[in-house]
Write a protein that binds this ligand. Structure first.
Ligand code: FES
Length: 65
């Protein structure tokens, strides 16, 4: 699904960037230009970052347990 229409950036691309170390919108924007035009996708991008970080944390916890 497209998250950023202005720059044609998908949720998969954002999740992949978070898995590669982008933990906030500023950091993400160094890899992808999400939210750099109209800005209307910024809230959804931040939510995706938070959700992906939660999923990564849960996955790590399940591997330890
Ligand atoms: S939809 Fe992302 S900057 Fe416009």
């Amino acid at each position: 699904m497209y998250v950023c229409i202005c720059n044609a950036i998908t949720d998969k691309e954002i999740r992949q960037a978070v898995c590669q170390g982008s933990k906030c919108l500023n950091s993400l924007q160094k890899k992808l230009p999400v939210g750099t035009e109209c800005g209307s996708c910024s809230c959804l991008a931040k939510q995706l970052i938070a959700d992906t970080l939660d999923e990564l944390e849960n996955s790590r916890n399940n591997q330890v347990a």
